[in-house]
Design a protein around this ligand. Structure first.
Ligand code: BG6
Length: 475
């Protein structure tokens, strides 16, 4: 009983939040580079403020991040010391195709990731690779409008074909798009969308979603043709939406909000648009331009497993219900009065993790992979350099217990679990360094000061023990 043998414990990062070296190795500029720290960050990530290049007077944390580009050997060695079985990382699209629409890839970028994967393998760590974690080449945004344009499907196919051929035998697990449903919440970050005054924002978001869904199915097809051993997963920003009360209007509101997220996985896992989505698009006068070929590709190339991030559940109240509102991983909603919240106002709900896991398993009956979970918190460094992050240990312990119950008592099939940001990195939501998730501390502050030195927190040894005992000893 307990966690299955071979369960893939590890941690997850994204290229733009840790690599830095934004202009080295022939890399081109991407949307994620030009998202500033500070009050305008949200407007930029949401596509409401056009910022397609660096502007004076702003600090851009992704330019240097934690400089993993130059530290990856040291960092992977620390992951190995914790006993990681897997390491989830993402490819910087513009390291491989600096503009996105070139015919030939950039060898320096390909060599960088090859070396990184070999380093993982050397330590017995299985790479789990996100093909795009929020990044889209700036050139594709300026020239084609980002994912609103179908042409991006072709450029993405070119990218994945290069990756699958090059890393065949080195990488088995792939995720097509990080948190694909983020398009509806942070469309510039999620899909390189910027809106002009008067544009139908919703129609453009669903168009971009369609293009990504088709691209994802193509990636699945191409991967299986190149190497039948490859396993392709979708990736959802998950977290079940609870009704604020048993008032039927609240229950219905929660159902609709859940469908808004399930839509993506319904297409990626079941292979067609669900009726509720077709009706929604029809009602809103949205035509995503589905071709016969799209329909066939979607139907024939469903994902092998379902991956997701879980930070919190959400709560929905009907417009006619009076309820306080709250934040949480780009999804605002009604405030759940039963939950404590993190320093950033995100609800803490380990039982909700078990509920979310069950919901996804019941709906899709495909192996699940938790590829993000964790607590963003401020850490204090003691005079001797140590960091006692018991709050992080508590959060993870409770969530791992909930996941264990889902496996042991509910019979859910699960491939693995990677915590978010095993090493401190730049926050996607706020651009801060002080919102830390890591077992490994990085000396870097919100303004980019610090030595970048790495040190172990108390949670480092704790997670090491969790992995060594395959989740049995969580004390
Ligand atoms: C997920 C993203 O939304 O949540 C990550 O996939 C992100 O990129 C993580 O970092 C945590 O969010 P934040 O805003 O605390 O960095």
């Amino acid at each position: 009983m307990g966690f299955p043998e071979g369960f893939l414990w590890g941690g997850a990062t994204a290229a733009n939040q840790c690599e830095g070296a934004y202009n080295e190795g022939g890399r081109g500029l991407a949307n994620v580079d030009v998202i500033p720290h500070g009050p305008e960050r949200y407007a930029v990530t949401a596509g409401l403020r056009r910022m397609l290049d660096f502007e004076d007077g702003y600090y851009y944390p992704a330019q240097t991040a934690i400089d993993m580009y130059h530290h990856y050997k040291e960092d992977i060695a620390l992951f190995a010391e914790m006993g990681f079985k897997t390491y989830r990382l993402s490819i910087g699209w513009t390291r491989i195709f600096p503009n996105g629409d070139e015919e030939e890839p950039n060898e320096e970028g390909l060599a960088f990731y090859e070396d990184l994967f070999r380093e993982c393998k050397k330590h017995g760590i299985e790479p789990l690779v996100t093909i795009t974690h929020f990044d889209c080449p700036i050139h594709l945004i300026k020239e084609y409008g980002g994912w609103r344009n179908r042409k991006l499907i072709e450029f993405y196919k070119r990218l994945v074909t290069v990756l699958f051929n090059r890393y065949k035998g080195l990488v088995k697990y792939w995720l097509t798009f990080n948190e694909i449903n983020m398009i509806l919440h942070l469309p510039f970050m999620g899909a390189g969308l910027v809106f002009d005054e008067g544009e139908d924002r919703e129609a453009i978001e669903y168009q971009a979603a369609h293009n990504e869904l088709v691209a994802s199915a193509w990636a699945t097809k191409i991967a299986h043709e190149i190497d039948p051993e490859m396993k392709i997963g979708c990736m959802l920003a998950a977290g079940t939406v609870y009704p604020y009360s048993c008032r039927p209007e609240d229950v219905r509101e929660a159902q609709v909000k859940n469908q808004e997220n399930y839509f993506f996985v319904d297409v990626q896992s079941r292979g067609s648009y669900p009726n509720y989505a077709k009706k929604f698009l029809e009602r809103h006068g949205i035509d995503v331009g589905m071709t016969e070929e799209d329909e066939r590709i979607l139907a024939e190339n469903t994902v092998d497993f379902i991956s997701f991030s879980y930070y919190n559940t959400r709560c929905a109240a009907a417009p006619t219900t009076e309820a306080e509102r709250t934040e949480g991983n780009a999804f605002s909603g009604a405030k759940n009065p039963y939950l404590k919240v993190s320093e950033w106002g995100w609800g803490i709900d380990p039982l909700g993790f078990r509920i979310t896991i069950n919901d996804l398993w019941d709906r899709y009956q495909k192996p699940l992979f938790v590829v993000e979970n964790g607590l963003g918190a401020k850490d204090e460094v003691n005079p001797d350099g140590s960091i006692d992050d018991d709050y992080r240990i508590d959060y993870l312990r409770q969530h791992i217990e909930a996941m264990k119950a889902a496996i042991e008592e509910d019979g859910v099939e699960m491939l693995g679990y990677t915590t978010w940001g095993p090493i401190d990195l730049v926050s996607a939501g706020t651009g801060e360094m002080s919102k830390r998730y890591g077992f490994i501390y990085v000396d870097r502050d919100d303004a980019g000061n610090g030595t970048l030195a790495r040190s172990k927190k108390k949670s480092f040894d704790w997670y090491k023990k969790v992995i060594a005992t395959n989740g049995e000893d969580l004390a």
